[in-house]
Design a protein around this ligand. Structure first.
Ligand SMILES: Nc1ncnc2c1ncn2[C@@H]1O[C@H](COP(=O)(O)OP(=O)(O)OP(=O)(O)O)[C@@H](O)[C@H]1O
Ligand SMILES: [Mg+2]
Length: 229
């Protein structure tokens, strides 16, 4: 299980002479093995926060510590390894490799991590079973429904058995039935596999799976408004 401690996190995007302050001193702790629902209005910095926790980008100041390691102190190479081994990403637009089948997509991160073929095959089978897609293993993304693609994407995110699962609007493109299925899989990942799940969504169904909820506004955490956004 992975614990995440965030201290005074600041992110400024510079575009020529214009500066956008996306995070302005954010503090938070995410407890290992729980689902935390992160909500807040468009532009408040939710995706920026997930990108920094996922090591996709580096903070301007402040720190993200995962299991006691400050990500800012990792070299570029170590940050790549962190992203590959410790974090699974689930995005709004399923992010699968279009020319690969479902099982090849699930296999790919393990291949990049140097996992032996036999182990990869076993794990791919298990993961496709968990997401209920064993029968779709040989199909490419364009031969799958949106809901099925997102379930494959969850299997991909779990393939290297990361401690952290980051989901940014994972149900944004799905109908409510498929949205509920995806939420249930995220919940199962935390409950059955101890993943630390950060879930950014406007979908009120998050309420049913969240162990904790934090609300953001203008680059910080604010007290809950009690109103879904
Ligand atoms: N790469 C970038 N370059 C410049 N500005 C950016 C960049 N990414 C985000 N921003 C700005 O930073 C602020 C926070 O953006 P962010 O994407 O984190 O918001 P969000 O809460 O995820 O919004 P949404 O709910 O619409 O997805 C916004 O003002 C946005 O315009
Ligand atoms: Mg966003």
């Amino acid at each position: 299980m992975s614990d995440i401690a965030i201290k005074d996190l600041i992110k400024v995007y510079k575009m020529g002479k214009i500066e956008v302050i996306a995070l302005r001193g954010l503090d938070a702790t995410f407890v290992g093995g729980k689902v935390t629902w992160i909500r807040g209005p468009s532009g408040c910095g939710k995706s920026t926060l997930l990108n920094l926790v996922g090591g996709l980008d580096r903070p301007t100041a402040g720190s993200v510590e995962v299991d006691g390691v400050n990500l800012s102190q990792l070299s570029d190479g170590d940050l790549v390894a962190y992203r590959r081994d410790k974090v699974g990403f689930v995005f709004q637009f399923f992010n699968l490799v279009p020319v690969l089948t479902a099982e090849e997509n699930v296999d790919l991160p393990m291949r990049l991590a140097g996992t032996p073929a036999k182990e990869r095959a076993k794990r791919t089978k298990e993961l496709l079973e968990i997401v209920g897609l064993s029968k779709r293993a040989a199909q490419r993304p364009d031969e799958l429904s949106g809901g099925e693609q997102q379930r494959v994407a969850i299997a991909v995110a779990l393939s290297n058995d990361p401690g952290i699962l980051l989901a940014d609007e994972p149900t944004g493109e799905l109908d409510s039935e498929n949205g509920k299925l995806v939420m249930a899989l995220l919940k199962a990942a935390s409950r059955d596999q101890g993943k630390t799940v950060l879930l950014v969504t406007h979908d009120p169904n998050a309420n049913h799976i969240a162990d904790a909820t934090i609300e953001m506004a203008d680059g910080r955490i604010v007290p809950p408004s009690g109103e879904a956004t």
